[in-house]
Design a protein around this ligand. Sequence first.
Ligand code: NAG
Ligand code: NAG
Ligand code: NAG
Ligand code: NAG
Ligand code: NAG
Ligand code: NAG
Ligand code: NAG
Ligand code: ZN
Ligand code: ZN
Length: 515
Amino acid sequence: MFLYVVLCFLDFVSHTNAATLSFERNKQSVDFVGFFWQITDIHYDGNYSISGVPTNMCHQSTSKLNNGTKLGIYGDFLCDSPWQLVTSAIEGMRANNAEPDFIIWTGDSIPHVNNSELDRTEVFKIIGNVTRKLAEVFPNISIFPVLGNHDPYPANQMPPGSDGYYGGILKNSHWENILDSDQQTQFNNGGYYSSYIQSNLRLLALNTNLYYQLDTLVKDMEDPAGQLAWFEKQLIDCRSKKEKAYVISHVPPGAFERLARMSWFYPQFNQQYLKIIADYSDIIIGQFYGHEHTDSFRLLIDQHDEAINTMFLSPAVTPWKSTLPGVGANNPSIRLYSYIKETGVVIDYKQYYLNLTEANSLHKADWKLEYQATEAFNIPDLSPTSLDRLSESFRDNDYMFNKYLVINTVGYDTNPQCNSTCKRNQICAIRQLNLDRYADCISGRRDTTFRPVLTTHHHHGKPDRKPVPRYMFYIIGSMAGVILLLTILFAVLCFNRGKRRRVPFKYGRFAGPIN
Ligand SMILES: *[C@@H]1O[C@H](CO)[C@@H](O)[C@H](O)[C@H]1NC(C)=O
Ligand SMILES: *[C@@H]1O[C@H](CO)[C@@H](O)[C@H](O)[C@H]1NC(C)=O
Ligand SMILES: *[C@@H]1O[C@H](CO)[C@@H](O)[C@H](O)[C@H]1NC(C)=O
Ligand SMILES: *[C@@H]1O[C@H](CO)[C@@H](O)[C@H](O)[C@H]1NC(C)=O
Ligand SMILES: *[C@@H]1O[C@H](CO)[C@@H](O)[C@H](O)[C@H]1NC(C)=O
Ligand SMILES: *[C@@H]1O[C@H](CO)[C@@H](O)[C@H](O)[C@H]1NC(C)=O
Ligand SMILES: *[C@@H]1O[C@H](CO)[C@@H](O)[C@H](O)[C@H]1NC(C)=O
Ligand SMILES: [Zn+2]
Ligand SMILES: [Zn+2]
């Protein structure tokens, strides 16, 4: 009886809701959904040669003894991107969506060569080559760039403050053509700036290379280039103006998922950075990084084991096989996100890729859809809650975890072998950005990877409950009374309605034989 009344009530309400919902859906399918591209880790190598030697980064063989292997025109898994691959990737973006709302370009345009082979002028030129091509293919689209750890000279030595380097990037790498004058002024202070995507959505373009452990210039600094203070100030401003924010940067916080105990930031910066993200997780509704070359994501999980924010890690354009042991290579990739324009909420992304082997053998670059996130992972959206459930499911759902592993290398490894150590590395990196918790997770000292069972949770996680005050009983008592009255009221209403209308099938299914 009570169930019937509830179902009838739901039916009643659903008529108004159904109309709103279908409106929402229509809204999203027309121009209420926006799109933007992410391109990252291009690592353009001007010395790539199809007659080069793979063990020498595919550079022209210097030894007359070696006649040179015939390498692919689009590149090789042992090498960085030839120009042909760079242009192909940017044209692949245009082929798959020529009119994005904007483009984020998250750094690392310089090849993985020794410092001795480069200088600042060369670095500016290489980045400038990529800037030109992007601006040429997308002349009327906002391009938001950030620097990668390979982009300064010498590599990784990002200057912590105003320096000729930043001015050089603006001038000689042509960023003055894609950033407005206000952004340029900010950028000159340390490679970071803010912009507006739309009136209620701010873009915070950070230079997290300043926290990277290989940057020796920042080692003993408290706040390199004053960026942390600036970051927080921007977020405070967003909060007071009721704006949301996207964060774009190159190096992500946390650890690498393909190796144990390899974190990127200096520990103190990792902690400070995460604290800001956590404190403003209601403002930050999207975070986009590169650097790892692999396809992954991160969840910021608070001390109550609540997933409160997501970081998207987009894979690289360069197919280059990492020199780190066991890390591997990847197919070249570009990524298209979709978001609700009104709110800025990221709802999905499509990962496009170039099958490098196939492109080289066909002499034709066909940038295809690799997967669409919500569909491949069978999740309703990309909210922290959904990605929390997904990453938890990796423990027991071999099918889904395996799918993720193939995606992790952009299909370079189509039959990944991942034992329990490898699996732990993956899941701990995704779910534990705090380095202490990450270390506990990796060592297995504490199973922080997965939500603890309730009983232990009360001991460790949350403070003891306070006794329930007496007035709460009165409140609950009177609410129960109101619910009882409402039930009777709706029972009367429903029985009258029931004479005229049938309960729709979808509720009838649960309610048993009504008719
Ligand atoms: C290189 O090419 C020459 C002439 O085609 C040939 O005689 C020689 O054996 C080749 N060397 C190697 C290492 O393949
Ligand atoms: C860089 O230098 C090291 C040591 O001098 C050398 O072994 C390596 O081959 C060089 N790498 C490149 C890409 O030239
Ligand atoms: C490319 O080759 C030239 C000529 O050998 C050399 O001077 C330059 O350093 C190389 N550049 C890179 C990025 O390896
Ligand atoms: C890169 O930029 C330099 C300097 O502007 C130019 O000479 C060179 O042709 C460019 N290379 C490519 C592949 O566009
Ligand atoms: C870019 O915008 C300008 C001015 O709005 C317009 O005249 C031009 O045709 C646009 N170019 C392209 C390629 O859409
Ligand atoms: C790429 O193409 C090769 C050769 O056509 C094929 O064997 C391989 O499965 C393809 N990889 C992906 C990820 O589609
Ligand atoms: C998993 O594989 C790695 C590398 O192949 C190996 O070092 C490690 O000991 C293996 N772990 C387990 C639990 O077998
Ligand atoms: Zn890179
Ligand atoms: Zn990098």
